[in-house]
Design a protein around this ligand. Sequence first.
Ligand code: PGA
Length: 258
Amino acid sequence: MVQYDGRDSAVREAGIPVKVFDDYETLSREVAGMVDRVVRENPGVAITLPTGETPRGMYNELVQRINAGDLDFSTVHFFCLDDYLGASIDDPTSLTAWLNEVFLTPANLHGDHVHFVPTTSPDPDAAAIAYEAEIQALGGFRLAVLGLGPNGHIGFNEPGSSPDARTRVVHLTDESRTQNAQYYEGTPTIPDQAMTIGLGTLLEAGEIVLLVSGASKAEILKASLEGPMTPDVPGSFLRLAGDRVTVMADREAASALS
Ligand code: PGA
């Protein structure tokens, strides 16, 4: 068992530490604090952060710190994690547009240290390989904060993904498409292909945080941490990263853990 004796967290058996916070606000603040620490201590390195409903609070906190002059985010290379194939920042239903609205614009981050998933390239397979090479040229990720999909996906590494997978074009499951349609008004039709940073690339990060909130994630978090390690649940492969990974969850998301 891994022990964690943090101020406002509990210890959970998982083979990896699980920090459990009382509520979403505390969780968001703590994850933002972790990002803040890594950015401050490691200028020039590469990091990736997720999109989705879960990280909104973390981004709000980071924006506040950046705008208050407490945090200089221009010192790191920020890589977008995933997006739909063919979708650009100008497409209101792209994840990059979401990120732009929630984080990049409010924090005034528009320099060449922000790396966009090359989803509009005429040769997406080659562009994915080049995006991977950009990450590797910076020494891989110093930090990857990741969300957990209801089907266990990590980024858009859907069920069936290999833990060695590199950045690539993928087919989306109907479950992920339905989930992501809810991010936008009018629940638009989500493309069935996407580009994602590879699970293998993410698992090599110096520090990995799995950010999980809400009762709807309780069972898939349990499957990821306590079930068999299997491509059916890509989140289960996080255990391969050993002590470089920490789960940060609110009480509801952690409620099914034994
Ligand atoms: P969510 O998405 O934060 O909207 O639940 C998580 C994910 O799919 O990675």
